[in-house]
Design a protein around this ligand. Structure first.
Ligand SMILES: Cc1ncc(COP(=O)(O)O)c(C=O)c1O
Length: 482
């Protein structure tokens, strides 16, 4: 492996040479083009990607920080927001902004409702929000950044939030209820109508995090599949986030946050009038806002259109159905809950088949597999491109399960041992402080993924961050044991 670059090259390197080198660096990355990944990349084929790149490059240099200078970007943003609002059955009072990602949209929801409460209920000193245990981790980040305590409501056996538990957790400090449509871990839509009724009864806002489903569920419903009502048709839903860069098939850097009306959105805005640089306004979190991402989101929505999104949804659901049916024919495995769209998790029903050991075998066969902690399970977000590899995936899964069954000691080796241990360490504070140390290594002056001595019986898989973190824990644990 070449030494990492530590200073600017004395003179600039030939641009073709640089591009060649970049291609080489990327060669060992997860292979999303061949549909080997089950998250991270939402891919609709080369033709669409080439089109997105063109749309992006047209506005590559423009900056949506100043809508007066780039009226085109303001137009794209307004139209993306309006199209999304209409898709989610909002009326003309629904307003919003584009953001750079789902996380930014969720962070802004937390900030906005904190500030709404500050304006309306200024006596609240320690604001809280009630969110499902399965809510995306972006909400925990929002809690930490904006000092709004996240109170977690447990799930039912169907992996939806327990509404009675939410009711009990609401108190005088509650400023917001959050819910998912669907949740990342289990792909389930929370019971939005019941939560919305509760929110109305308690006079609280309800944000529906539909970052994952916002551009798919409306079409799933139109195709006639059962979908829990989750959008602005439900009175009591006060805001929704939906990511264009997920199932909207836009370029990365595009999400939308919508509020029922301007009385809420105004608390998202930032204005500073005393800056020597002039009066500063900012609608969302970022300062400079890349014009390309906004332009490409608009272009994607215009190019795909209602019929394209419907076709995609049909394909994606067909593939998902085949996958879930295939997994359910493997007697040792089962799919969690009854997920309504294309995000699901599956676990082992037998002690002798360790699901993380199955993941290790799948990785050996070239799949990039995502693992869940609670419960221990594997995770999948289905893309149209998975159509071509469906059979191979299921064959590999069957083979992996058989192999693990015949070799139960695999549960105590490799990634399986480490993931199993990480999910079971009871002292989560210790986990956090050690992960922070590892991050300091990663982002320190050497800026490398941390290297660990491999504890006995552990095969290193250096590309995998969690494995590296787990190796660190093993090392710490071994030190205590000595
Ligand atoms: C429900 C949900 N909310 C928020 C996010 C965060 O989105 P992003 O990764 O674009 O920040 C995700 C990401 O998968 C998600 O599934």
């Amino acid at each position: 492996m070449e030494e990492p670059v530590k200073r600017l090259p004395q003179t600039g390197i030939d641009r073709d040479e640089i591009l060649k080198r970049m291609g080489e660096y990327g060669a060992t990355d997860a292979d999303w083009r061949e549909a080997r990944t089950w998250s991270l990349v939402y891919y609709l084929g080369e033709k669409h990607t080439a089109f997105l790149k063109k749309a992006y490059s047209l506005f590559f240099s423009e900056n949506a920080l100043n809508p007066m200078a780039f009226k085109s970007l303001k137009r794209f943003e307004s139209e993306v927001v309006r199209m999304t609002a209409t898709m989610l059955n909002g009326d003309s009072r629904v307003v919003g902004t584009m953001t750079s990602c789902g996380t930014e949209s969720c962070l802004l929801a937390v900030k906005t409702y904190r500030d709404l409460a500050r304006a309306k209920r200024p006596w609240i000193r320690k604001p809280e929000m009630v969110v499902p245990e399965s809510v995306h981790v972006a909400w925990e980040k929002g809690a930490e950044y904006f000092d709004v305590k996240a109170i977690h409501a447990p799930l039912t056996k169907d992996f939806q939030v327990n509404v009675n538990a939410v009711r009990k957790l609401i108190n005088r400090n509650t400023v917001l209820i959050g819910a998912s449509a669907p949740s990342y871990p289990h792909g389930m839509v929370d019971p939005i109508p019941e939560l919305a009724a509760l929110a109305r009864e308690k006079n609280l806002p309800l944000h529906v995090d539909s970052c994952l489903g916002g551009f798919l569920l409306p079409f799933v419903e139109k195709l006639g599949y059962p979908v829990v009502p989750f959008d602005f048709r439900v009175p009591g839903v006060t805001s929704i986030s939906a990511d264009v860069h997920k199932y909207g098939f836009a370029a990365k850097g595009a999400s939308v946050i919508l509020y029922r009306d301007m009385r809420i959105l105004r608390h998202q805005f930032f204005v500073y009038e005393n800056w020597p640089g002039g009066i500063f306004i900012s609608p969302a979190l970022l300062g400079t806002r890349p014009g390309g991402a906004i332009a490409a989101a608009w272009a994607a929505m215009m190019a795909i259109g209602e019929s394209g999104y419907l076709d995609n949804a049909k394909r994606i659901l067909d593939i998902t159905r085949k996958l879930i049916d295939g997994i359910n024919t493997i007697p040792e495995l089962y799919v969690l809950g009854n997920p309504p769209m294309s995000v699901f998790a599956y676990a082992s029903r037998q002690k002798d088949v360790n699901i993380y050991a199955v993941a290790d075998q799948m990785e050996k066969k070239g799949w990039h597999v995502d693992r869940l902690h609670r419960p221990e399970a594997l995770h999948a977000i289905v893309m149209p491109a998975h159509e071509n590899i469906l059979g191979r995936y299921l064959d590999d899964l069957r083979e992996s399960v058989d192999y693990v069954k015949k070799n139960p000691e695999l549960a105590t080796k490799g990634g399986a041992a480490m993931y199993g241990m990480i999910s079971q360490i009871p002292l989560r504070g210790m986990v956090k402080s050690n992960v922070l140390k590892l991050m300091e290594d990663m982002y320190g002056s050497e800026a490398r993924l941390p290297e660990f001595d491999e504890p006995e019986g552990v095969e290193a898989r250096p590309a995998d961050l969690t494995t590296r973190l787990a190796m660190g824990f093993l090392k710490i644990r071994n030190r205590f044991r000595k």
